[in-house]
Design a protein around this ligand. Structure first.
Ligand code: BG6
Length: 533
């Protein structure tokens, strides 16, 4: 089938925020700042979406001067695949507003220097004292920074007349289990009001994830079939070809459940399954998402094997290069039983979704880099066409591609041309890139701008974060306490994960949709030797 015809080029109707602010990054010498935050802010500068008089203050333990911080960040932008083409002039203006403070997070000196610097910036530029703090630091440091910000008088209540606003963005992982997430929520709430807290999950800023809401709720043909009467099951896949790279130490503490499921994948599930909100904004969307997480049936340890699969990658060959197994990665215990792959079967126990399985999987070093949602519809109740054995009738599939080539496809049966009544599955495609002919904003651009404008719709609320931990914690505990049934590694780099993941669906008479690699991606070869499926 042909694609939907390209529309006129549509540029973002977004305007630059009217009020300026100073963006303070704790953990400014870290990976997140150079890979995501500064490239996103630079892109906003190129798009003229940063407010006039905007400043960035980086704080970290690594000693640096303003000049070296600017140079490092300039390099980061030049190297970033997500940054728009480097523009010397834009960078020069942007970099003039960048500052750096070397400080320990628990010592008072750093906060005193920050006070002095913020007053200087605000006085010199006659800026209001609007401050957006970003915690790009491990969760174990968050409590300290938050209480120091409170003690040093950086935080004024939300609606203080005559004062600027103060907001805080907290990176994932938000805690490492339910107790630590509750503790962190309690610590933040002693200093910040909930309305000032922006718990970031970059998946919620992705263009197609937001489009999922548009697709469901702005089109009258979708909602009537979006329920247990028509949907057979839902698949969510977030597959990566990369391994843990240089993040072995972090990953040993996290594993795939904490790294991908507690946040990104349960959020996707919530958006797919939620009921229509009253409006877009305020607490409406977040209320409906929380309802979904509350309705998910917790995995019963007694039938764990039928509901959850874990895996860890072995060695493999990518583009002719041999890559190490997870256990051979830097910072990883050579006997590690940390999971790099998870597949779950979950049920959302409510009126709309009772008994419809949601199969969700994610893993590192899989065959293809792809994030997609597949809605498989029920078959027709009675097939009256006399089909020959060559006719392959597949169920209708709606495929929502989140990455890398964003779009939506619908698979349905069509008559093959000719005198005989023969049927074949065909596909109708909508591609974001082809239709709109613009590069979508990166997730961090969208979310940082939302936080500057005080729109929390795409950020997580404390209840959602705690529900997600509540759901996964029993599984995390069981897996931490028991060895995998099939010894790790149990899947080859470049495969689609352990065979037990296929069995999870086969037992129900279903199969994963394993999409082909996009031609733009590198091919991953499989090295099967030594791998126990
Ligand atoms: C991050 C995880 O939150 O998301 C990473 O910590 C993972 O391990 C990444 O690679 C995946 O994000 P995306 O946008 O590439 O799907």
């Amino acid at each position: 089938m042909s694609s939907i015809a390209p529309e006129q080029v549509i540029t973002s109707p977004r305007l630059r925020p009217q009020e300026t602010n100073t963006f303070v990054i704790f953990g400014a010498s870290g990976d997140l700042t150079r890979r995501k935050l500064i490239p996103a802010l630079y892109n906003l500068a190129v798009a003229k979406l940063l407010p006039e008089g905007f400043h960035v203050v980086g704080i970290a333990v690594t000693p640096m001067k303003d000049e070296s911080f600017r140079e490092e960040m300039c390099q980061a932008v030049k190297e970033s695949k997500e940054a728009t083409a480097f523009n010397e002039e834009v960078w020069r203006d942007f970099a003039l507003g960048m500052h750096y403070i070397t400080a320990e997070f628990d010592a008072p000196e750093g906060y005193e220097k920050l006070h002095a610097l913020l007053s200087e910036i605000e006085t010199e530029h006659e800026n209001p004292d609007n401050r957006l703090f970003y915690l790009a630091i491990p969760p174990s440091f968050c409590g300290t920074v938050i209480s120091r910000l409170g003690q040093h008088g950086f935080v004024s209540p939300q609606a203080h007349r005559g004062k600027g606003w103060t907001r805080i963005i907290v990176e994932k992982p938000f805690g490492r289990d339910l107790a630590s997430a509750q503790k962190l929520n309690a610590e933040i709430h002693t200093v910040f009001d909930e309305e000032q807290i922006y718990r970031i999950d970059h998946y919620l800023g992705k263009e197609t994830v937001q489009n999922l809401m548009a697709f469901r709720f702005a089109n009258s043909i979708i909602e009537p079939i979006w329920n247990r009467r028509y949907v057979d099951h839902v698949q969510i896949t977030a597959a990566e070809t990369l391994g843990v790279e240089h993040r072995g130490r972090y990953y040993e503490e996290a594993g795939c459940l904490r790294d991908m499921f507690q946040n990104h994948l349960l959020q996707l599930l919530a958006i797919i399954a939620m009921d229509p909100p009253v409006r877009y904004g305020g607490s409406s969307v977040r209320d409906r998402k929380s309802d979904v997480l509350r309705a998910v049936i917790p995995i019963n340890p007694e039938n764990l094997g039928e509901m959850a699969v874990r895996g860890q990658y072995g060695a493999g060959i990518v583009d002719g290069h041999r890559l190490p197994s997870y256990r051979d990665e830097e910072g990883v215990n050579p006997k590690s039983n940390v999971e790099t792959f998870v597949a779950l079967k979950l049920f959302v126990d409510n009126w709309r979704w009772a008994e419809v399985p949601f199969y969700i999987r994610s893993g590192k070093r899989l065959h293809t880099k792809v994030t997609e949602i597949v809605i498989q519809f029920k078959r027709v109740p009675h097939m009256f066409f006399q089909l020959s054995s060559e006719d392959q009738m597949e169920p209708n599939l709606l495929i929502i591609r989140i990455a890398p080539d964003e779009g939506i496809s619908l698979k349905f049966g069509a008559k093959v041309p000719g005198p005989a009544m023969r049927l074949r599955p065909v596909q109708m495609n909508f591609s974001y890139a082809e239709t709109f002919q613009v590069q979508p904003a990166t997730a961090y651009e969208t979310l940082l701008l939302d936080a500057m404008e005080g729109d929390p719709t795409l950020f997580n609320r404390s209840d959602a974060v705690e529900h997600a931990w509540e759901l996964l914690e029993p599984l995390i505990d069981i897996w931490a306490a028991t060895k995998p049934f099939h010894p790790f590694p149990n899947y080859a780099s470049g495969s689609w994960g352990p065979t037990t993941s296929d069995l999870l669906l086969e037992r129900d008479g279903r199969a994963w949709r394993n999409p082909p690699a996009s031609p733009l991606q590198s091919r991953v070869g499989v090295e099967p030797s030594g791998i126990v499926p």
